[in-house]
Design a protein around this ligand. Structure first.
Ligand SMILES: *[C@@H]1O[C@H](CO)[C@@H](O)[C@H](O)[C@H]1NC(C)=O
Ligand SMILES: *[C@@H]1O[C@H](CO)[C@@H](O)[C@H](O)[C@H]1NC(C)=O
Ligand SMILES: *[C@@H]1O[C@H](CO)[C@@H](O)[C@H](O)[C@H]1NC(C)=O
Ligand SMILES: *[C@@H]1O[C@H](CO)[C@@H](O)[C@H](O)[C@H]1NC(C)=O
Ligand SMILES: *[C@@H]1O[C@H](CO)[C@@H](O)[C@H](O)[C@H]1NC(C)=O
Length: 477
């Protein structure tokens, strides 16, 4: 049963006032990296947009009213200084500022002035645009993250415009008069545009799923479980991080415990995972009755010294071949309790309490019960991240067999226990081979985790990581 551990590392959020089982921390270093990437992208986008038309009227005394329209205003050049983005505690959000942005634009103009109509093209330079936007980060009742504009302030210091073509001599004399107005119009258009962008982002956040099917049996709920926490140097998101059985989604008889991740501002991100998340997956499988297996002789590796037939098993249970000579057997194995993971400094432990019911297969196909053994075992493993892969190594700490019921009389279990431990070690060796090769860390289309380090603490594990955005020609989409 491969646990879909990697899935929970994906960065997506959902809801309840409980302790988050997954925490994501974005440090200043990550915010600055994100800003840097974002700024480059915005600069590219700016050069693609067409600004809204600007139109108005000027009363030119004596002459009357001149109606003007500037249309198809596109940005030809943009001097885009690095913006500043910071965590902003006052608004539980982010404050973004850009100072002294200058753009060169071009477009067409039209005027109606009495019986005169004129049109042509223009070049306009806009200097010293300052914009400061503050947004609040929150959560809605379903646990989606929310982003809302708290304040926006925009100023345009100066602009210059030059009209060409047609009857531009009509309009050029009013440039000084127009400049003040257009500057004001531009100033008034910046913040609504910023707010519309934020609304659009909010719309996408609302549409985001906060629950995902992991496979045909399990889903994971990742709503925000509490409001984002912001201080001067980090943003902390707490996610529910709970797996459920898709068929029988019920709450496990244990709860997520609070945990505090060590601070590592030298990494862009920290991602904390409580042992609760793994245990909820374990409960999901257990409660859906999926932690069981039927083992028959064809599953035993041919070279294994013991086979599932009564003569072979006679070395452990001497009476068996006498009672049922020359018959095949099979074993029903299942978990008696929810297998529980516990995280301790440096190791991940798993306790497994199971049972084995042994049957003999009669020549007519009937399965006759022979005996029942309880299995109590404990495993421990080391896990780490190397070369962008999650690796690990597991071992058996404890394996005991107890005879709890028998139809064939008493027998000693010591040697069966040795055999069971050997079989388990063999299965574990296969698993270790896979864990040694490593499981690739989840990666998104445009970003991957780099320099990742994993640390196991009591009750939780943390992955500290930087990220690298892989900008393809498509940019972000
Ligand atoms: C969200 O979940 C629904 C239902 O599970 C699914 O149909 C839809 O495709 C999902 N949307 C995304 C963007 O994953
Ligand atoms: C053992 O189980 C497998 C899968 O359930 C089945 O395909 C196979 O025929 C079984 N073998 C025997 C010997 O019963
Ligand atoms: C039982 O298993 C042994 C190997 O341990 C094998 O040699 C023997 O042929 C098997 N008997 C039957 C009836 O399958
Ligand atoms: C199958 O064989 C066993 C042992 O010979 C016998 O006890 C049982 O009644 C038989 N079952 C059927 C359905 O024939
Ligand atoms: C092994 O399990 C037994 C029975 O559950 C327990 O008493 C013993 O302490 C365990 N040993 C180790 C090393 O965990």
């Amino acid at each position: 049963m491969p646990l879909p551990v990697t899935v929970v590392l994906m960065l997506i959020p959902l809801a309840c006032g409980e302790n988050p089982a997954i925490q994501l921390i974005l440090n200043s270093k990550g915010l600055q990296y994100g800003k840097h990437i974002g700024a480059g992208w915005i600069q590219e986008q700016l050069e693609l947009i067409t600004l809204p038309d600007i139109s108005g009227e000027i009363d030119v005394y004596i002459l009357g009213t001149v109606f003007y329209t500037l249309t198809g205003v596109t940005i030809t050049k943009c001097d885009f200084p690095e913006p500043s983005v910071e965590f902003y505690q006052d608004a539980t959000g982010l404050k973004t500022s850009i100072f002294d942005l200058s753009v060169a634009t071009k477009g067409g103009w039209r005027i109606n002035y009495g019986i005169l109509h004129g049109q042509g093209s223009f070049n306009m330079a806009i200097f010293g645009i300052d914009v400061t936007s503050v947004v609040n980060l929150g959560k809605d009742p379903d646990g989606h993250p929310t982003v809302t504009s708290v304040s926006c302030d925009a100023q345009v210091k100066d602009m210059n415009i030059h009209f060409h073509g047609g009857a531009s001599w009509i309009i050029q004399p009013f440039v000084d008069h127009l400049k003040g107005r257009i500057r004001g119009e531009l100033e008034n258009k910046i913040c609504p545009a910023v707010e519309e962008y934020i609304l659009n982002l909010e719309y996408h956040l609302q549409a985001m799923n906060v629950s995902f099917d992991v496979n045909q049996d399990l889903k994971i709920d990742l709503p925000l479980s509490s409001l984002p926490i912001i201080d001067a140097s980090s943003l902390n998101l707490g996610l529910k991080g709970e797996f459920y059985s898709i068929k029988s989604p019920t709450e496990p008889p244990f709860e997520a415990q609070p945990f505090t991740m060590p601070e590592r501002p030298d990494y862009m991100l920290s991602m904390g995972l409580s042992e609760f998340t793994l245990n909820s997956a374990s409960y999901g499988y257990y409660s859906a009755g999926l932690l069981k297996a039927l083992i028959n002789d064809s599953m035993i590796p041919p070279r294994f010294p013991v086979h599932l037939n009564t003569s072979s098993m006679g070395q452990f249970i001497p009476q068996l071949p006498k009672l049922f000579p020359g018959l095949l057997m099979d074993l029903q194995c299942y978990a008696r309790e929810i297998p529980l993971f516990s995280f301790l400094p440096g190791s991940v432990n798993l306790g497994f309490q199971g049972a084995i019911k042994a049957f003999v297969i009669q020549p007519n196909g009937t399965q006759t019960p022979l005996f029942k053994l309880d299995v109590d075992s404990e495993f421990s493993s080391q896990v780490w991240i190397a070369n962008g892969k999650l690796k690990g190594f597991g071992k058996i700490n404890n394996f005991t067999l107890t005879l709890v019921a028998t139809e064939v009389g008493f027998f000693k279990t010591d040697n069966l226990e040795k055999l069971g431990r050997m079989g388990t070690a063999l299965a574990l060796a296969k698993l270790n081979e896979e864990l040694g090769k490593g499981i690739a860390l989840p990666r998104m289309r445009q970003a991957q985790l780099v320099n990742s380090v994993l640390e196991v603490n009591k009750g939780f594990m943390t992955v500290f990581s930087d990220t690298q955005v892989l900008l393809t020609d498509g940019g972000f989409n």
